[in-house]
Design a protein around this ligand. Structure first.
Ligand SMILES: NC(=O)c1ccc[n+]([C@@H]2O[C@H](COP(=O)([O-])OP(=O)(O)OC[C@H]3O[C@@H](n4cnc5c(N)ncnc54)[C@H](O)[C@@H]3O)[C@@H](O)[C@H]2O)c1
Ligand SMILES: CC(C)[C@H](C(=O)O)[C@@H](O)C(=O)O
Ligand SMILES: [Mg+2]
Length: 368
């Protein structure tokens, strides 16, 4: 299979972990005889430095012509004081909107070897396996007006949704639930927000179209508490943009580190941009310490969702599981024993596992 992938490294550790994903994809391509070609484009703070904008038109055009996009992370203290329209984060929001990536899927599943890496008790974390379906192109992030007023003495942000925007993300979440344990939790703030009241109505309306899925509503504040006191109670969570942003970083605690969480941002035709949930981690950028697994697992999601290459996606996930089982980990995972690796060494372990499967397959083939 021939596929063209645009790489958007962005800033900080984004630049380090994107290389890991590319190396892993090259190993997969070799193993399965695919041809993956790559084009690297600028976004975020590095694009501001080079082009005076966090989202150059050339980057948008390249992404629109690609089969899929991989993004590292954007942002950092160097650009924090810039006016809003020049902030690196505007580049990320801009590309999500330009590509109409309304459905952000954030799977959270602990690896057995990392049970001790979570600050939560092992019996609480064990067995957690949930999917956050976050609305990604509406809500507070995009509503207008969003501005300072009265010479800076007052300010307004707007939480706006159309019925169509809510319907399409709710449909997506029901469809995800049908493929999993058929249990959907819609998270909102319907005791206060008008937008949440419409959200709730639409979830209730839609539920009759998916009779095999059990639905419950939860308010976001108590859902945040339940997510870490009783995480196994959740299967699929659907929620608006900002609630999803906050809950997904919180849920990363179940896996031991933010450096473990991948994500897929999808359009209705399954075209997607794949990025780790974490940011540019300025505190460790450039030190070669970043955990590349969230980025590598995001590449696996790309193979699964955009290219329908399930065996290839599974091979990457097996590689991650096997390398962790062997006791290798990066320093963000608070683990005793085993062997701590940097970004590059961890990537080598994953690539070696993928290549070793090729050797195993050819040895087995000799005996067929
Ligand atoms: N998708 C994105 O591009 C994205 C996401 C979140 C934050 N950001 C941006 O990143 C910048 C820093 O934000 P922040 O510090 O709040 O969040 P962050 O996710 O960058 O870092 C939070 C903490 O987690 C650690 N961490 C994150 N990813 C890691 C990894 N792969 N390996 C090891 N440790 C990891 C960091 O070292 C830090 O201690 C900000 O400019 C923010 O806007 C970008
Ligand atoms: C950097 C920021 C704009 C972004 C978001 O809030 O969507 C990030 O936190 C994420 O989770 O992808
Ligand atoms: Mg976030």
């Amino acid at each position: 299979m021939k596929k063209h992938i645009v790489l958007l490294p962005g800033d900080g550790i984004g630049q380090e972990v994107i290389t890991s994903a590319q190396e892993v994809l090259n190993a997969v391509a070799e193993e399965f005889d695919h041809s993956f070609t790559f084009d690297t484009k600028d976004i975020g703070g590095s694009a501001v430095d080079l082009h005076g904008t966090p989202l150059p038109q050339d980057t948008v055009d390249a992404c629109k012509n690609a089969d899929a996009v991989l993004l590292g992370a954007v942002g950092g203290p160097k650009w924090d004081q810039l006016p809003s329209h020049l902030r690196p984060e505007k580049g990320l929001l801009g590309i999500r909107k330009e590509l109409d990536l309304f459905a952000n899927l954030r799977p959270i599943k602990g690896f057995p070897k990392l049970l001790h890496a979570s600050p939560l008790k092992e019996h609480v974390v064990k067995g957690s396996d949930l999917l956050i379906v976050r609305e990604l192109t509406g809500g507070l992030y995009f509503g207008t007006p969003s501005e300072r007023r009265d010479n800076g003495h007052s300010v307004v942000d707007t939480l706006a949704y159309t019925r169509t925007e809510i319907e399409r993300i709710v449909d997506k979440a029901f469809q995800c639930a049908q493929l999993r344990r058929k249990q959907l939790t819609s998270v909102d703030k319907a005791n206060v927000l008008e937008s949440s009241k419409l959200w709730r109505e639409i979830v209730d309306e839609k539920s009759s179209q998916y009779p095999d899925v059990t639905v419950e509503h939860q308010l976001v504040d108590s859902a945040a508490m339940k997510l870490i006191t009783n995480p196994t109670a959740f299967d699929v969570i659907v929620t608006e943009n900002m609630f999803g942003d906050i809950l997904s970083d919180e849920a990363s605690v179940l896996t031991g580190s933010l450096g473990m969480l991948p994500s897929a941002s999808l359009r209705s035709d399954n075209f997607g941009l794949y990025e780790p949930v974490h940011g540019s981690a300025p505190d460790i950028a450039g030190l070669g310490l970043a955990n590349p697994l969230a980025m590598i697992l995001s590449a696996a999601l790309m193979l699964r969702y955009s290219f329908q290459l399930e065996d290839e996606a599974k091979l990457i996930e097996d590689a991650v599981q096997s390398v962790l089982d062997d006791g290798y980990h990066t320093s963000d995972l608070q683990l005793e024993g085993g062997q701590k690796l940097g970004t590059k060494e961890m990537t080598v372990q994953i690539v070696e596992y993928i290549k070793s499967q090729s050797t195993t397959n050819s040895i087995l083939n000799c005996y067929v």
